[in-house]
Design a protein around this ligand. Structure first.
Ligand code: NAD
Length: 499
């Protein structure tokens, strides 16, 4: 490990950002932030609680009710958003360096995520100026049109996998549509989030529009969910946390968008391009350290090509390069946090009792410390196994054979989750019929997870509620008020009380 693994100018403390100022918690409390390669504390962050959320929500509410942002023309807001995208793009290397250091993501993948964050802002900057709302006409009688209005203070709660990119995903549309926000980033990875404030100030976002409170989910996150002046919560995280947030938001009847966990199937039929399928399914579960909601973590393979597939897959998985996150050659870095490492390692041990270990299975010898896990492959995993059913969220994959299309579909749907599905076949009818029948919010045919930003993103079953992406994000962050105008000479309503 070289000294250059550690970025220069790391902050020795990370604060909240409320009403245009960096501040500590009202009670002065902090929490430790660890470097996943050594698990040593490298900085502390302000630990927000209810009192800090109160201040942040009050600032966001003031900016919404009295400030210029919700009242600006879409073109004016769009200019600010494009400037944000320009700044993020121009700092992509620094952002990637910090993100990789804080989260353990391989540097090349963190760079891709930084650029995707810029693209999210650019996309919504373009969308709001191109936005057309519906008008409905009943010739000679009535005209109806839609007034699209920002809703108010949006509460954004985000996870630690690809933190900066996932924050941009919510910030972009929430801000583009004229809302003000309070962001509660994940406590494992507060570093890159601390850069938003400077970027937004430089781009000219008015004061109070963006607020950030660090802290634990059960403190800061909980207070945000229960704050009566926050009508919208957009949450990405575990399904269990989503259930808790659902319950806590219910008394307030809040608007909720939930992007939750997954255990997505990759289904490989015998007629597929097997080499392409091996490549893509390796990437699909080991990229982003396997800490990926849409990871194809269950690979279902048709029996006639099963042995060949497993052999090739295991051989390639063994060659996946585990390394220091800052090394450009690294393909799998260090898992985010020792708690998460313990969870993933416990599944590796469970897997040894549930399947046939064909690659990996523990800590790589070269890395005696830090959260490093060998890319791990279990074959012959039965559908009732825990490693088939439960989200591991690490570089661990289960492979299971099938004999028919019906069995493949039943296996694919045999989990509580329904986020993504990947289907590998060259049979056109089978591909489309399977896509239609599989219980997944998103399906990729003969492809990895490559997403056009205009398409809906989201899951079914325990993987989420509602879809964001493109116009669906605009719909979530706005109210569509309909206005009805009579064109008739007289009102159509029957006259009551006439003589
Ligand atoms: P998590 O649910 O533990 O935490 C997510 C966020 O919620 C954090 O900011 C946390 O502090 C906060 N939180 C925790 N408890 C809370 C509470 N009671 N009230 C309010 N906020 C609370 O999830 P994680 O471990 O950070 O992220 C990994 C999970 O996220 C995985 O399950 C993964 O599949 C999922 N994920 C889903 C998507 C998607 O788009 N569907 C994308 C990325 C990650």
């Amino acid at each position: 490990m070289t000294a250059s693994r550690i970025p220069t100018d790391l902050p020795d403390h990370i604060q909240h950002y409320i009403d245009g100022s960096f501040v500590d918690s009202v009670d002065g409390d902090t929490f430790d932030v660890l470097d996943p390669v050594t698990n040593k504390t490298y900085t502390t962050a302000a630990a927000g609680k209810k009192a800090d959320i109160e201040l942040a929500v009050a600032a966001a509410k003031r900016a919404f009710e009295e400030g210029p942002w919700p009242r600006m023309l879409p073109r004016e807001r769009s200019r600010v958003l494009h400037r944000i995208a320009d700044i993020v793009e121009s700092r992509d290397a620094r952002l990637a360096e910090l993100e990789s250091y804080d989260s353990g993501l391989p540097i090349t993948q963190a760079l891709g995520q930084a650029r995707r964050a810029a693209e999210n802002f650019r996309f919504f900057a373009d969308l709001i100026v191109a936005q057309a709302d519906d008008a409905f006409k009943v010739p000679g009688k009535q005209m109806n049109y839609v007034n699209r209005k920002p809703i108010g203070v949006a509460g954004l709660i985000t996870p630690w996998n690809t933190p900066f990119m996932l924050e941009s995903w919510k910030l972009g549309p929430a801000l583009a549509t004229g809302n003000t926000v309070v962001l509660k980033p994940a406590e494992f990875t507060p570093l890159s989030a601390s850069l938003w404030a400077g970027i937004f100030e430089e781009a000219g976002l008015p004061r109070g529009v963006f607020n950030l409170v660090n802290g634990l989910g059960e403190d800061a996150g909980d207070a945000l969910v229960k704050h009566p002046d926050v009508p919208l919560i957009s949450f990405t995280g575990e399904s269990r946390t989503g259930q808790i947030i659902f319950g806590n938001a219910a008394p307030f009847l809040k608007g909720l968008s939930m992007e939750l966990g997954g255990k997505s199937p990759a289904v490989v039929f015998a007629d597929a391009d097997i080499e392409a399928a091996v490549d893509a399914t390796i990437f699909g579960v080991f990229s982003l350290n396997g800490e990926r909601c849409t990871a194809g973590a269950r690979i279902l393979v048709e029996r006639s090509v099963y042995d060949d597939f497993v052999e090739r897959y295991a051989a390639q998985a063994k060659r996946v390069k585990v390394g220091y996150p800052n090394d450009p050659a690294t393909e799998v870095g260090a898992l985010v946090h020792p708690e998460h490492y313990e969870k993933v390692m416990s599944y590796v041990e469970i897997g040894k009792t549930e399947g046939r270990l064909v690659a990996g299975g523990g800590r790589p010898n070269e890395f005696p410390e830090g959260n490093f896990v060998q890319p791990t492959v279990f074959a012959d995993v039965s559908p009732d196994a825990r490693i088939f059913q439960e989200e591991i969220f690490g570089p661990v994959v289960a492979i299971t054979p099938f004999d028919s299309d019906e069995e493949a579909l039943a296996l694919a749907n045999n989990t509580r989750y329904g986020l993504a599905a990947y289907i590998w076949t060259n049979d056109l009818k089978r591909a489309h019929n399977f896509a239609g029948a599989v219980e997944a919010g998103m399906v990729w045919l003969n492809s990895n997870n490559v997403r056009d930003l205009r398409t809906p993103f989201g899951g079914v079953k325990a993987s989420g509620l509602g879809h964001e992406g493109g116009y669906r994000s605009i719909d979530f962050y706005t109210d569509q008020q309909s206005v009805h105008i009579t064109l008739a000479a007289h009102s159509h309503n029957p006259t009551f009380g006439k003589n």
